[in-house]
Design a protein around this ligand. Structure first.
Ligand SMILES: [Zn+2]
Length: 356
């Protein structure tokens, strides 16, 4: 019997004690709000494994119930953004459900395999494949990302923002600078008022762990404001199970800003928490673990309990906020030190400035 098959309660299964991560159950968290399921339990999604719906004027949202993306009919070919493996062949079915047009253009939002890894299924159509330079660099550097399985290497790349015209339908390929990853571009169809901004927000939900597993937390936080600069009817975000409205994007922005502000507050008061006396300075990593955990808990409590502009707390308003806020808080606390240049009260305490 392998370790993975051993019975046991979630908390004692691996018997790691302080060396491990806690394992929780559904009952430990708030139920998902009624409108939080999006397309997950729609009859067509349950029957077919995907759900497709028109956002506006030939721009479509397609979801597996966990991963989603956007495609646009132009009258002379489909422009598709990404090809998440969780949608896979269902992407072809979804497109065929609404149009006979072939996929003539494939745009990669960013290099992460969980969003573009199934693009090989369109290789036979020989679409133009467009991405940021950095995305192509990653695909060429690491063939196991998908190149070995037919993931098309981008044929055209951009460095700065650019535009694309397909049969009179315009697309803005906007690069605002590093965010979730370097090279993560926003794809905007202005006539359709449809935006694909992948791995920044999750409409109606808290983002996935650690600011959606982002490489640059400050850029990821700022990207919420970039989304709100667009005039859009729907923003396709990559997750979780519906597209977002401007109100969804604003809620995600405000929630993120609250985490940043409460994290600054925690860092400012970093020397006042009780872990220093409790732990002492003999084991640096235990001290730093407690430093971060205590501030993370402070930020998480403040954020979840904050009564927001619609009268609800973030815990009530965003599905999974009680699961994920602590991970965002930790990432933001780290980023404040590394990316924002903030020196915490704790650091001032252990390294007194000369003359003080
Ligand atoms: Zn990603």
């Amino acid at each position: 019997m392998t370790d993975f098959q051993k019975p046991g309660t979630p908390t004692d299964r691996h018997q790691l004690g302080a060396a491990g991560m806690p394992l929780n159950t559904l009952a430990d968290y708030r139920p998902i709000p009624a409108d939080g399921y999006g397309a997950l339990f729609l009859p067509d999604r349950l029957a077919k494994g995907y759900h497709v719906e028109e956002i506006n004027d030939g721009a479509y949202y397609v979801t597996s119930g966990a991963y989603d993306t956007m495609f646009v009919r132009t009258g002379n070919g489909v422009v598709l953004v990404d090809a998440p493996p969780l949608l896979g062949e269902n992407l072809k079915r979804a497109i065929a459900e609404v149009t006979d047009e072939p996929v003539t253009h494939l745009i990669y939002s960013h290099w992460h395999s969980d969003h573009i890894g199934a693009a090989g299924i369109f290789a036979a159509d020989k679409p133009k494949v467009i991405s940021h330079d950095y995305t192509r660099e990653m695909i060429q550097r690491w063939p196991d990302l998908g190149g070995e399985r037919g993931l098309p290497v981008p044929t055209e790349t951009i460095t700065e923002s650019d535009t694309l015209d397909v049969n009179g339908v315009r697309f803005n390929l906007d690069y605002h600078g590093v965010n979730h990853t370097p090279g993560n571009i926003f794809i905007y169809a202005p006539q359709q008022k449809a935006l694909a901004a992948i791995d920044i927000i999750s409409p109606g939900w808290s983002a996935f762990k650690h600011c959606d597993a982002s490489e640059n937390i400050r850029g990821w936080a700022e990207a919420h404001d970039w989304i709100l600069q667009y005039d859009f009817k729907g923003v396709v975000s990559g997750h979780v199970n519906r597209y977002g409205t401007p109100e969804d994007a604003k809620a995600s922005r405000d929630y993120t800003n609250d985490i940043v502000e409460f994290s600054k507050e925690a860092l400012d008061h970093g020397q006042e928490f009780e872990y220093i006396e409790r732990i002492g300075f003999s084991n640096a990593w235990v001290l730093w673990e407690n430093y971060f955990n205590e501030m993370t808990n402070y930020v998480t409590k403040k954020t979840l309990e904050k009564v927001t502009d619609n009268g609800q707390t973030w815990a009530q308003r965003l599905a999974g906020a009680d699961v994920m806020t602590k991970y965002h808080a930790y990432s933001v606390l780290e980023a404040l030190r590394l990316e924002y240049g903030m020196v915490s009260g704790f650091e001032k305490l252990i390294i007194p400035q000369s003359g003080e």
